[in-house]
Design a protein around this ligand. Structure first.
Ligand SMILES: O=C(O)CCC(=O)C(=O)O
Ligand SMILES: [Fe+2]
Length: 305
């Protein structure tokens, strides 16, 4: 019998999980309970855990295949465990860490690759006295609350996701940035996607989208701004204020998130992260995209008039 208790933290997302010590191997009953809660609440918070890298990896592995972080710069990985990405703002060897400003705009992890992540497990090791919260938006609700005309407009729409739109990327170490770009050419994903476990549809938009396919830049930018504003409405967001020892696990298949940079950057903020590989590949690399920008649209109009 599972001793786990699930305590909701927000309406749109977020629940606390108590009564489980993640250092111990999970029973099948506990795993089922956690997975059900994860699907329902999207973001699960396990407070007061003190996991070694090995323990974090073992726990994370129960929920999927661990990403070996091939899409990330090698210098950002834990030196002994490449399953752990180190999110840190500490200066190492006179250099800023390659992850010192990670996650600063709304995003769904790995949308700049053809295989979006399934989820991630973040363990808070050090945190500044105030600030540095993380917010998640429920993208099921974002889709379900659009009006029918907009739903129809986006039903078959595809978007171009681009790693160069990661906010603050240009301030990172140029070798890390060059590595990220080389590893991640722009990719195309559908705007409406279906969760492989719940079967529910959600709205895959974020701030790392360059444009929608087949639309002019003007149309793309306006539609994207509208969809992003809608999807990040406070009604759809859970905001987490970190404590050292928190383990937070999120479902990346129906959410986006942002890590706020509102803290004293001389104070350390360190998170160890395991990432779960996506079960399905929904994207494709963008090659030879025929641009349908405003210019070509106007030329087409001129040609027929
Ligand atoms: O540092 C954080 O709070 C989250 C950063 C992020 O976007 C991630 O780990 O995917
Ligand atoms: Fe992220």
């Amino acid at each position: 019998m599972s001793m786990i208790k699930i305590i909701p933290l927000g309406f749109a997302a977020g629940a606390q999980v108590v009564g489980v010590d993640l250092r111990q191997p999970l029973s099948d009953a506990d795993q089922r309970r956690i997975n059900e809660a994860w699907l329902e609440h999207i973001v699960l918070v396990f407070p007061e855990q003190q996991l070694t890298p090995e323990e974090q990896i073992a726990f994370s592995r129960r929920f999927g295949v661990l990403d070996d972080h091939e899409s990330q710069a090698p210098s950002t990985l834990h030196p002994e465990h490449r399953e752990i990405l180190v999110l840190s703002n500490k200066v190492v060897g006179g250099k800023k860490s390659g992850t010192y400003n990670s996650g600063r705009n709304w995003h769904t992890d790995l949308s700049y690759t053809t295989r979006l992540a399934k989820g991630a497990i973040l363990h808070c090791k050090e945190k500044p006295p105030v600030g540095g919260d993380t917010m998640w938006a429920n993208l099921y609700l974002a889709l379900e609350t659009l009006t029918p005309p907009i739903r129809r407009l986006i039903e078959d729409l595809e978007a171009l996701h681009d790693v160069t739109l990661v906010r603050g990327i240009e301030q990172r170490d140029p070798t890390v940035v060059a590595e990220m770009k080389k590893r991640n050419p722009p990719v195309i994903h559908p705007v409406v996607r279906t969760h492989p476990e719940t079967g529910r549809k959600s709205l895959l938009v974020n701030q790392r989208i360059r444009r929608f396919l087949g639309m002019s830049d003007e149309e793309s930018q306006n539609l994207l701004a509208m969809l992003n504003a809608h999807a990040t409405s406070p009604e759809f967001v859970y905001r987490h204020r970190w404590s050292v020892g928190d383990v937070v696990m999120w479902d990346n298949r129906c959410s986006m998130h942002v890590a706020l940079g509102d803290f004293d950057q001389t104070k350390p903020r360190v998170m160890f992260r395991c990432s779960l590989e996506g079960e399905v590949e929904t994207g494709r690399i963008a090659r030879d995209l025929a641009g349908s920008d405003r210019e070509s649209m106007l030329q087409a109009v001129a040609a027929v008039s």
